[in-house]
Design a protein around this ligand. Sequence first.
Ligand SMILES: Nc1ncnc2c1ncn2[C@@H]1O[C@H](COP(=O)(O)OP(=O)(O)OP(=O)(O)O)[C@@H](O)[C@H]1O
Ligand SMILES: [Mg+2]
Length: 382
Amino acid sequence: MLQSHSTHYFIGLMSGTSLDGVDGVLARFGAPSEPPAIQILAHASCAMPTALRAELLALNSRHGSDELHRAALAGNALSQLYAQVVEQLLTSSDMTPRQIAAIGAHGQTVRHQPGLHDGCGYTLQLLNPSLLAERAGITVVADLRSRDVAAGGQGAPLVPAFHQQVFAPPSGVGLVLNIGGIANVSVLPPPGSAEQVTGWDCGPGNALMDAWCQRHTGQPYDANGAWAASGQVLPALLAQLLREPYLRQPPPKSTGRDLFHMDWLEQQLQGFADAAPVDVQATLTAFTAQACADSMRHHISRAQELLVCGGGALNGHLMAQLQQRLPQIRVTSTDSRGLPPLQVEAAAFAWLARQCLLGQAGNLPAVTGAAGPRILGAIYPV
Ligand SMILES: Nc1ncnc2c1ncn2[C@@H]1O[C@H](COP(=O)(O)OP(=O)(O)OP(=O)(O)O)[C@@H](O)[C@H]1O
Ligand SMILES: [Mg+2]
């Protein structure tokens, strides 16, 4: 266990639903009572190798046989990629494994079914934490979502508690939108208020835009949204996409590639066979922006700004689409609060590992719907 009065260094590793790669940070945390809460000492990333990406996508979409064996091998390959990111972080910060209290490692979600069978579902992130501990020589905290699901929660989003630590609003309600493969929002109460932090998955983030872009341009994503910006939004298609029932479900709720995948998009496009690919891309970008804006509509009047993180914050066209739909508030990246958008989720997993070693809850029942606060994660000591 950690001593709660001293400074600690943690690594957070995240590979999200975009399957673009692994982002890692090495973070310094002060004693729980000390501000500032977190300082990022290094950031590193590794792109997802093409073959591993294809295999993770196949496992996610139930393609192929012998899934148990293939999942184990994919978990091993991912752990080696995680270990490479750890090595980069240690090198660039000139630190040794012994100085790091633990790694918070997310793993790769290949199934997310929290509400199956009478609320007793599961969420599955592939990883071999033992192999990562062995390669890195650092304690690993992994499987950070299952305990919340076991307590009846969604197991997601887990980041709102961390967002509250680092982005608590100076006045009014704080809104933090993470646009990864899926988009999730955190609603942070005004200072001094007795309201609880809330948050949920809004719907698709980059996942559909990426898939369409890959198919029609051969590029893994639409850099800065330039391709979408050169097309026209198709109002009938946008209206059809916005009819997806998930978008109207009340929170707590979470989603993933289990719902928003290429087959889903192809079904939606059935009546739009003549649509130009560039116009579909423009419409998918508008759809992401509209679904996110709609999801926050009850909170906009009390907020001054929307902080955006995740790779979507680097898509200038998407950011402009969001700003257009939310004229009452300023839409800006988390860079404006000192934390670059690609570091936020990884930093959250460093924080979650710390919570685990401190024996403190990582989930927020008001967000996930779990029966109560729970210490998240399984510890693989060195
Ligand atoms: N310059 C850019 N222009 C447009 N989009 C970008 C750019 N850089 C990154 N992206 C988008 O961001 C995605 C990666 O974002 P991110 O790593 O936050 O998502 P993720 O891995 O799904 O994470 P998580 O599930 O934790 O939210 C890419 O797949 C791409 O769609
Ligand atoms: Mg990513």
